[in-house]
Design a protein around this ligand. Structure first.
Ligand code: URA
Length: 199
């Protein structure tokens, strides 16, 4: 069952303030071992009232240095995808399952995900996006509460807690497998059509 089903209650009409309070609560986080090797916590960026949110796996080396999600090579591809959809990075919200870089870019461990995801859920509760795009298997599994992999999950909306979730391939995967860009674009067209139908 998706943790979105038990989203914290909406925090009122001040999503920017709610996000600031979540960031304060995280503080100089020492709740899991990822704190030991991180340079910076990568909280998330974008519009506090975004209708569209992207969730990745965790910061890489560039993100760890800059304190901003998706700024490396995969991030530049994500920015291109966002812009092809007709948005800027500043109009959507971008975050990750874990806020600190896993050493050697390994996949976050279950206890690290369990420790960090409540903060992501608070961010989702503050922003209240209409659509969440999950980038890659770890994001899709954590957000949807499933053990299915992205190949099976991608391409179809799920609904959880009143939010539409579209799992798709991670841009780092697209860098290795450019042919899969076609599928991601199909998925993003579904997202665009849904957002347009709601506007
Ligand atoms: N990959 C991710 O999953 N997240 C980032 O922020 C950067 C690369």
């Amino acid at each position: 069952v998706s943790p979105l089903e038990t989203l914290p209650a909406p925090q009122g009409a001040d999503p920017a303030g709610a996000l600031r309070r979540i960031e304060e609560e995280i503080g100089d986080c020492r709740r899991c071992r990822l704190c030991e090797k991180r340079t910076r916590i990568v909280f998330g960026v974008g519009a506090p009232d975004a209708r569209l949110m992207f969730i990745g796996e965790g910061p890489g080396v560039d993100e760890d240095r800059r304190g901003e999600p998706f700024v490396g090579r995969a991030g530049q591809l994500l920015t291109k995808i966002i812009e092809s959809m007709g948005y800027t990075r500043g109009q959507v919200y971008i975050a990750n399952i874990v806020k600190c870089r896993p050493p050697d870019n390994r996949t976050p461990l279950p206890d690290e995900v369990a420790t960090c995801v409540p903060f992501l859920l608070q961010q989702v509760a503050a922003i209240r996006p209409r659509v969440i795009v999950c980038l890659g298997t770890p994001a899709a599994q954590a957000v949807l509460g499933t053990r299915e992999t992205i190949t099976r999950l991608r391409g179809a909306f799920r609904e959880a807690g009143g939010i539409r979730v579209m799992p798709t391939f991670h841009p780092a995967y697209l860098l290795r497998n450019p042919a899969a860009k076609k599928e991601v674009w199909e998925d993003m067209k579904r997202v665009m059509a849904f957002l347009k139908s709601e506007a």
